[in-house]
Design a protein around this ligand. Structure first.
Ligand code: PA5
Length: 447
């Protein structure tokens, strides 16, 4: 279901180092398994796919059908881990031009609350004036500023358009089981709700209703997604070096120890762009702590070979690449022959685009390895719900292992608070008066 290839990357580390890092990775896996490491009250994600009952999945699907009946557009409000998993799965598994299909069978899923873009929100409300809409609002804490602002606007729009009772039928909240502003509001307004378990952090929540509800609205097979994750959870629990999550965590840490401080996740498939964004959050927010951690970056090839290719081939050698490949594509599209052959491409006429893409990937692997860049390969057989569920779970487990190898708590995110405190002080939030004076003084010297 997923294969790892570290052959090229291990040539950049000594055999001794590689063996030592694999042993460290196995120890980290054992710590995760025993639930004795840092942040062990946030390990609910480990058993999550296998512990979802068919009843819970059915409830998610029923809510998705209900929302779909009411809406041409479902706006999913959330940020960070409360948005990227669903966005990654929906983009990866939907028609690339779903919005332009003549008779959409499912509502269009649009995301909001992941920025404070004034024009973005204004334009969204503008298009909703002429569309039947519904909303899923997702926030574990229930107090995150960006989604809270977006939800105020959406709630106002839906209530103005459908009345309070109509809006209530069109809003579903996914939040903490008992705490937080969104839980209180949902109870007051009588919204349908789903719970984010206490022991699952945002970026590890794709297999809860946070990910599953929007994915089900988009018409994606959530059962297959979860089944793929369950199958992968067995594969990455194996306590030996054949475990792909152990291999991935070990090679990352071996390369990091040599000064490879940037990991570039590479895909050759446009639908995978947001899988990379999800991965960036998972690894960046889990590992970037105590002035340590690999910086996670991403590129979409072959397009980015024409923008970042020069740096990757020839720039500072402080990075390594991890290529996420897809074994086969579905459509069988081939390059057409052309009588004029002005572009001199008739030598590939009749060949599948996927074959050309594969040769581009192989050529790039050889070129970048020659250029001194270690390349790790991960491949899934095809891009479907089962394989993607497996890939996401694989990355989660490898992240837990890798974070423990680094010596940090991979399951908290204390650094995210700093900007929020400054923003609240600058906006004059009650209770922040002393900070407001101090920070305005600092800002006056910077502007
Ligand atoms: O991974 C995380 O925990 C974060 O990215 C959160 O998901 C993000 O900050 C959103 O938080 P909340 O769901 O509380 O609004």
């Amino acid at each position: 279901m997923l294969s790892m290839n570290v052959k090229s990357a291990v040539t950049f580390v000594s055999e001794k180092e590689w063996t030592a890092q694999q042993e460290r990775a196995l120890q980290a896996l054992a710590t995760l398994d025993a639930r004795t490491g840092k942040g062990n009250d946030f390990l609910g994600w480990i058993d999550l796919p296998s512990s979802i009952s068919s009843g819970e999945l059915a409830a998610v699907q029923t809510a998705a059908e209900e929302l779909s009946r009411h809406a041409e557009v479902v706006v999913v409000i959330g940020i960070g881990g409360s948005y990227l998993g669903a966005k990654a799965v929906i983009d990866a598994l939907s028609h690339s031009f779903a919005a332009l299909l003549p008779k959409p069978r499912r509502p269009l899923v649009i995301f909001a609350g992941q920025n404070i873009g004034e024009d973005y929100m204004a334009e969204l409300i503008e298009v909703l004036q002429t569309r039947e809409a519904a909303c899923i609002v997702i926030s574990k804490s229930g107090t995150t500023t960006e989604p809270a602002i977006a939800f105020r606007l959406l709630k106002q729009h839906l209530e103005a358009r459908y009345g309070k009772a109509g809006a209530q039928r069109r809003i579903v909240a996914v939040t903490d089981g008992s705490r937080g502003a969104l839980r209180t509001l949902a109870t007051q307004e009588g919204y349908k709700t789903f719970v984010i378990p206490d022991d699952v952090g945002g970026r590890f929540s794709v297999f809860t209703p946070v990910g599953l509800l929007p994915v089900a609205v988009a018409g994606i097979d959530v059962e297959a997604l979860v089944e793929g994750a369950v199958a992968m959870s067995r594969k990455v629990a194996v306590p030996d070096e054949t475990n792909p999550a152990v291999q991935y965590a070990a090679i990352r840490n071996a390369l990091y120890a040599q000064g490879r401080k940037i990991e570039v996740l590479v895909n050759y498939h446009p639908k995978m762009h947001y899988v990379t964004e999800w991965w960036k959050q998972l690894y960046g927010e889990s590992e970037g702590k105590e002035h340590k951690g690999i910086f996670p970056a991403g590129v979409d090839f072959t397009g980015d070979l024409h923008s970042m290719g020069q740096y990757l081939q020839d720039g500072e050698r402080s990075l390594f690449e991890t290529v996420v490949g897809i074994g086969c594509e579905r459509s069988g599209l081939t390059v057409p022959a052309d009588t004029q052959n002005l572009d001199q491409l008739n030598f590939i006429a009749g060949r599948r685009l996927s074959e050309c893409n594969r040769m581009a990937a192989l050529g790039t692997l050889l070129a970048h390895t020659d250029g001194g860049v270690p390349v790790v390969g991960i491949e899934i057989p095809q891009l479907d719900a089962y394989a993607l569920g497996g890939l996401l779970y694989f990355f989660e487990m490898a992240c837990g292992i890798s974070g423990y190898m680094l010596g940090v708590n991979p399951f908290d995110q204390p650094g995210v608070e700093a900007y929020k405190n400054n923003m609240f002080a600058l906006l004059g939030k009650p209770g922040y008066e002393a900070q407001t004076l101090r920070i305005r003084e600092i800002v006056s010297h910077l502007q």
